[in-house]
Each structure stands twice: as C-alpha cells, then as structure tokens.
Design a protein around this ligand. Structure first.
Ligand code: FES
Length: 248
C-alpha cells in the first residue's frame, strides 16, 4: 500500500519545527507502525537526509518508550495498543498519516518525535516507592493479600509511564500516571503505611514539573494503552485530601 506521512521535524529544543510530507510506497500491511518508520528512515538515509528521531525500545508494548501522536490520537487508532504494537493494517491504501510528538510543557521536545519525559522519573523519586522495612522476599510472601486486592494492584502496576495520558489531556495533567503509581502501592499492605505522605509528595512534584490538574475529561482513560481507569485518580485524590486534613 501507499501512504503519505506528514511528520513533525524539529532539529532541537530551540528549533521552531514544522510538518514535512513524505510519500511512502510499498508499505506492507503486516509491518508495525515503527517498522514503517524504519523504512522511511532507510529511504531518508539513502538519499542523504537526516532520519526521523523517534523513541522506541521493547517494541512489545511493555516499556513505555514509544510515544507518537498519530492523526491526533496518542498511540494511534487502535484502543489499548501502544504505537509499537500498532500495525499498518489499521490504515488504508492512500491514507494521509500525521505523526507528531507528545505536546506538553512538562515534556519538551528534544528532537523530531522524541520528548523529554524525565519529569515522570522525578515524580517517582518524590514518593513512588516503599521505604518501610518489608523484610526479605520470604517475609513479603508471608503477608496474606486478598485476590481482589492483588489483581487490582496488578492492574494499576501495568502503567508503563508512556505519557499518553498527559499528551491527550487538555490540561496536560499527569493525574492518571500518578494515580496508577500511587494506587498500585496503596492496594498492598507494604504500601499503605506511607500512602498519604506519598500522595502529597507525588502531587506536589507533579505541580512543580508543570503538569496541569484533572478536570474529569477522561481523555487519559480513552487513550491509555494499558486501559487504566480514572478510579486511580479518585484514590489519589482521597489520599491527598486525607493528608491535607491531617497535616494542614
Ligand atoms: S517500544 Fe516499548 S512500549 Fe512501545
């Protein structure tokens, strides 16, 4: 099939950037979206042009590195799917495909489609961990955890920190990411001890990084490749309120 790509090209953080048009022939419907970009880059390199910079790592939907806004939708048209797991059979011959980076103040563009998501790392460093003594692995396994709680904790733990939630929110809010990381730990006894302190620390860091707040748009839930639900945000908000009432 033949597609026409419109790709955001930006030489560096200070470059203005622009959309550049690239017609691409002989695209197989069996290619993944990133393999299709690899083919584009091979043709660019062969003709002496600079290849398009884009983030990727596992290409299995588990690392959270891929981060493409495809025709205005984070990770593209297939629900519950990362860009690396999207295949060209989701598109038709003759399609025009617009590819842009995540756009948010807290995710500055580094080059082309690559953005700096280290703000997420700093939120985790602020509180997304357990620091109480949980003993050895054997001790942790001796703490009984109900099946429902274990399953729910695992659902939240599937967040891969890709940032699609931020890129899709009109407020560029990171509440779904923070809510998922918070709720994963809060569902487990080892994480409950520091839950309120954790909620405050992570939300404060989120504000410092320049993410907006949640106004219940639900765009984050709609595009999350791991289908994490907004009830994670409600859990975070409850803990944050509790902590504020207790500590002022
Ligand atoms: S490259 Fe790892 S999730 Fe897409």
């Amino acid at each position: 099939m033949r597609v026409t790509l419109h790709v955001w090209r930006q030489n560096g953080p200070d470059d203005k950037g622009q959309i550049v048009r690239y017609p691409l022939d002989d695209v197989s419907e069996h290619m993944s979206f990133l393999e299709m970009l690899d083919v584009l880059n091979e043709t660019l390199i062969e003709s002496g042009d600079e290849p398009v910079a884009f983030d990727h790592d596992c290409r299995e939907g588990i690392c959270g590195a891929c981060s493409l806004m495809i025709n205005g939708v984070a990770h593209g048209p297939q629900a519950g799917t990362t860009a690396c797991q999207l295949h060209m059979r989701s598109f038709k011959d003759g399609d025009e495909i617009y590819i842009e980076p995540w756009r948010a103040k807290a995710f500055p563009v580094i080059k082309d489609l690559v953005v700096d998501r280290s703000a997420f790392d700093r939120i985790i460093s602020a509180g997304g961990y357990v620091s109480v003594n949980t003993g050895s692995a054997q001790d942790a396994n001796l703490v009984p955890i109900g099946k429902d709680d274990a399953d729910e904790a695992f659902d939240y733990a599937t967040c891969i920190g890709c940032g699609a939630c931020v890129a899709s929110c009109k407020n560029a809010s990171a509440m779904l990411f923070v809510g998922a990381k918070f709720s994963h730990l809060e569902k487990l006894p080892q994480g409950q001890v520091e839950a309120d302190r954790r909620a405050t620390a992570m939300v404060e860091q989120m504000d410092i990084e320049g993410f907006g707040n949640c106004t219940n748009q639900y765009e984050c839930q709609a595009v999350c490749p791991k289908e994490i639900k907004v009830d994670a945000i409600a859990r975070l908000n409850r803990a944050f309120s509790r902590s504020t009432v207790k500590n002022g």
